[in-house]
Design a protein around this ligand. Sequence first.
Ligand SMILES: [Fe+2]
Length: 309
Amino acid sequence: MTDSTKIRPGHLRGIVMRAPGITATRDFYLDNWGLALAHEEDGAVWLRGTGAEPFIYGLVEGPVFGIEYVHFAMPDRAAMEALHAQALAEGALVLGAPGPFHDYAGGWGFEILDPDDRRLRFRCEARELPVAEDWAKPRKVSHVVLNTPDMEALEDWYCRVLGFRVSDYSADQMVFLRCASDHHSIALVRGAYPSVNHVAFELPSLDEFMRSIGRMKQRGIVPTWGPGRHGPGNNPFAYFCSPTGFVIEFTSELQQIDEATHEAQVWPRDVPEAMDQWMTAGPPTSAQRAIMQGRPDPGWPELRNRGAQ
Ligand SMILES: [Fe+2]
């Protein structure tokens, strides 16, 4: 599946969620989750981490529980043009030619729809914020995990259209995809319908990961799954349920991939210590699996008629 000639996104900038009433949950992310307010406007809240990204998580009022867009960086306009050409050549539903964005984060780029009608935005020349180091606060969005009814087709699409590479599989239920050195920026889970499985936020160290769980606990909020350490990706995890009912994760120490030596493997699910290295978390409960399946996200089918340019 790996094709080293493919253009791929520079990194995952973050994600914008949409849901009814979601902007009213901003204080949960500011006071408990450890994000900071970057910008606010009518019907939208932009939250930053401690890094230079203009925002890593957006809250936008909308009629459904799902994704406004998944947000990727490209290093420059030349790479952006090359990715746009590659997406067109591979038959993706491209929503217009690269051009300026007139939103808070600014810059230049384009959008596409994936086969489940999820909107993906690619942006270069974005606003940059001064790095704001702060103990035990999320630095960035580590990864976004998506449920899909046709995992193989979506895996093929992300690799073919966007140059993602397969890092590992979890049995025949999940595939981990990278666009940079992080073991996964996107992962796909076999599900009954398209939806958000979870969004993970990276803490810079294991101590800050634990302290973040502690901050939540002091506010009376405990993980719905974890803490534990995953097998694939080797990352500590602690999952929580957001006030909107989305699953969010604290993580750290995600495996960094050496392109010269890494070989994808299929991790078995019937070896508990392979999936839960510390043996602290146990398997997810049926309630946890239900909130990770989430609510159906119709995506943006109404944008299809803007496609292929
Ligand atoms: Fe995760």
